[in-house]
Design a protein around this ligand. Sequence first.
Ligand code: NAP
Length: 480
Amino acid sequence: MGLEFNGVPAPAEGSAIDYKGEKFIVPDRAIIPYIEGDGTGRDIWKAARRVFDAAVEKVFRGKRRIVWYEVFAGEKAFKRFGEWLPQGTLDAIKEFRVAIKGPLTTPVGGGIRSLNVALRQLLNLYACWRPVKYIPGVPSPVRHPERMNIVIFRENTEDVYAGIEWREGSAQAKRLIDFVNAMLSVDGAKKRVRTDSGIGIKPISVTGTNQLVRRGLRFALDQGLKTVTLVHKGNIMKFTEGSFRDWGYQLAKEEFRGAIVTERESWILDQRDKNPAASIEAIAARVEPGLDMAPGAFRLQVETEVKACLDSIRATHGNGKWKGKVMVNDRIADSMLQQILTRADEYQVLCTPNLNGDYLSDACAAQIGGLGLAPGGNIGDGYGVFEATHGTAPKYADQDVVNPGALIRSGALMFEFIGWPEVGVLIERALAATIAEHRVTYDLERLMRMEGITGAEKLGTSAFADAIIENMSEKAVASG
Ligand code: NAP
């Protein structure tokens, strides 16, 4: 007997994607579970699915296709099974490994298990993958949106999102505050927590950091990119975000030594390349301005670092060879928020703890035209769940008006993830071509009008999908 989830048999004409040796093995009739989503999820899923099927058909001409398998969450699950998130849905996604979902209503009143949290725990979807790339013609609030082409890997399982917090006045908050104040105050009053505080815990682990940074570095190497930036607030939160930075560098050096150079190492090597006779002390002074006024112990520390760097990698990375490696650098989160506005083109891959990534990905998305076009995927080793980053926009539900672009782009990302990148590229090209023709949904038409672009054709959700499919020309397929 075949597999069955939520009492619905899995399609007999397809089979599951497998994962071996860190690679997906995708059958020609791959089953992919989908959750339609609530509200406008219904509109955008219908449209996006047609775009996905058309792109797969154009690229593989019937040799391969996706066998869609509906699984349930949100309102549809509640109506059908009396549960917002049936166990069968989680089991099906685990079985088939890769899934796509529309937005879900968060029921007012709470107490409902979140699908994303449940999936993250079950499948260790440790990274939120958010590419942010401008599509020409989309109105943007910045002068040079085309300079933004950044891929964000946001840690997905810990930080202040771990959900370990207690309300002010609760017995648990009181116990924890008493414990901290009585047992942990090393600097006396300075470290005291006010007794009328709410308390949250911010765990950042070696495990969570390593798996995220490894993912970011592998991505940069696979894609031939030149820079990976660790974004943190380690100047203030030394043992959480500061450690995220330190562990990130450590992992890069331990696991990717031949392929990477850290920014600081590049300065040291550059000094040596330019002046082969310079002493260790002279190089240290150039790398760390003001070193001559620093305490002796710090001077020694920097000189030791310079010597260790030259001894260990001068042969492999010196004489300019470091310029061909992936540069790993780090930036303080607040400065990064400035730099995406002023120097976006200097950054390619950002690895961030959870909260920084939340802020940064929305700020980046705003620069390229907002959430209506922002794709995302929650990914782990051998598992991925893709979704638009916007919500259910319930006031537009079932009216065939909203923009399906974000879900369509999330699907393009999904195809890249499973190793069918040509499908993703075709979808992106066709979407871009449609926007370039100024055939767009109401949200983009409104923005275009506000920018003084007149004559854009306002399309409904399904007509926009039709236009994208029309733009999957033979030429677009061939150049994919
Ligand atoms: P929202 O659904 O994202 O909608 C806010 C506004 O964003 C809409 O009114 C619309 O703006 C614009 N918008 C969103 N999606 C659009 C699209 N596809 N095309 C064009 N415009 C779009 O946010 P919300 O109203 O705060 O949340 C509604 C529900 O969604 C809540 O239950 C929330 O919990 C849930 N939610 C779910 C997810 C998820 O499942 N991943 C994520 C976020 C929120 P205009 O009215 O200006 O046109």
